[in-house]
Design a binder for this molecule. Structure first.
Ligand code: NAP
Length: 309
């Protein structure tokens, strides 16, 4: 039986791993399908304290993992397939095997939200992508017009990154003001290669018949006018959905699938704690996720001390 299992290796999971490892709890840390979490798909992180010139997202996560391993965390590339948290001991099915634990910290993060269009799904990886850092430099996008969908920090960041490769970047937003922070919005809107397309939604990604992206069909939400904007790539940056499907019915969640935290990082199940983007739809920052990971580790440590006294 494990003392504590941490699910997820983003900022929340790895911070919880550092703290529980230093508390001699010998944590087992499960990576899920994206070791390092969403931050590994970003370029430069400029707002994590301690890095005045910024730090590469992948490097930051690699360093956190090294720090956790240095103190004895066991990091395993594995995915939770099933959870039974309603009975003691807490049981997870991990890559076909049952694993039991006295305490669990869920830090499973969030994934990219999809528009939900049929054409979007059919053209995924054929010009539709959810990560500019991962795919922006591909030959198919070089010196070609591309579009970014969204109006948040991610959309601005992706659009700016893509100006390195694309001939032009259209930023398609469903309103006429960006949700992004002022610094990011100003940078994007002042970039001569970025052209905002306001009040518009993508109604179809073209062209499924050609099995590649050739453009997007747009509708102006105010005038209802439609237009086709030719492009070689569509970069979706419309937010995230929590990776909590496997815990449905096991811990209390809100209607969007975010796990409900009460009294710090406690969930509705004793011994199960939560941290990071899978429970936070408000702040969603690397540093807040790390902070919650720390809190969850301390809460788990105190819970185990009471349980085993
Ligand atoms: P976000 O802030 O939730 O923004 C999502 C954007 O997508 C919004 O503009 C939203 O429009 C739009 N959207 C959502 N669903 C849509 C749909 N179905 N169709 C069309 N548009 C849709 O998400 P995010 O930009 O990924 O940022 C998430 C968090 O990470 C934020 O807290 C952000 O500050 C943080 N972040 C920070 C940085 C940084 O500081 N460098 C970089 C990236 C992300 P509305 O505005 O109309 O709702």
């Amino acid at each position: 039986m494990e003392k504590v299992i941490i699910i997820g290796t983003g900022c929340a999971g790895l911070t919880a791993a550092i703290y529980t490892a230093r508390a001699n709890l010998n944590p087992l840390v499960l990576t899920g399908i994206m070791p390092g979490g969403l931050l590994t798909t970003t370029s430069i992180v400029e707002n994590f304290p301690g890095f005045p010139v910024g730090v590469d997202g992948y490097e930051l996560m690699t360093r956190m993992q090294q720090q956790a391993e240095k103190f004895g965390a066991r990091i395993k590339f594995a995915t939770v397939e099933e959870a039974n948290l309603t009975q003691s001991p807490l049981t997870l099915t991990v890559d076909g095997e049952k694993v039991q634990a006295q305490a669990i910290i869920i830090a499973s993060g969030a994934g990219h939200r999809h528009l939900g269009l049929d054409s979007e799904a059919k053209l995924e990886k054929k010009g539709v992508t959810y990560c500019a850092t991962c795919d922006g430099a591909l030959p198919m996008f070089r010196n070609q017009p591309v579009v970014v969908v969204g109006g948040g920090d991610s959309a601005c960041e992706e659009a700016m990154y893509l100006t390195r490769f694309a001939s032009e970047v259209s930023l398609i937003h469903r309103r006429d003001t960006l949700r992004a922070s002022k610094i990011m919005a100003d940078r994007a809107l002042n970039n001569p290669k970025i052209k905002p397309v306001w009040d518009s939604v993508v109604t179809e990604v073209l062209d499924v018949a050609q099995d590649k992206v050739t453009g997007v069909r747009l509708q102006n939400v105010k005038t209802k006018a439609t237009q086709v904007l030719p492009c070689a790539g569509v970069f979706m940056a419309i937010g995230h959905v929590p990776n909590t499907q496997v815990f449905k019915g096991q811990v209390d969640m809100d209607e969007n699938g975010y796990i409900l935290a009460k009294r710090g990082t406690e969930t509705s199940v004793p011994g199960v704690f939560v941290a990071g983007d899978c429970c936070d739809h408000v702040y969603r920052q690397a540093i807040t996720a790390a902070g919650m990971g720390c809190s969850a580790a301390i809460d788990a440590e105190r819970y185990l001390a009471r349980l085993n006294q």
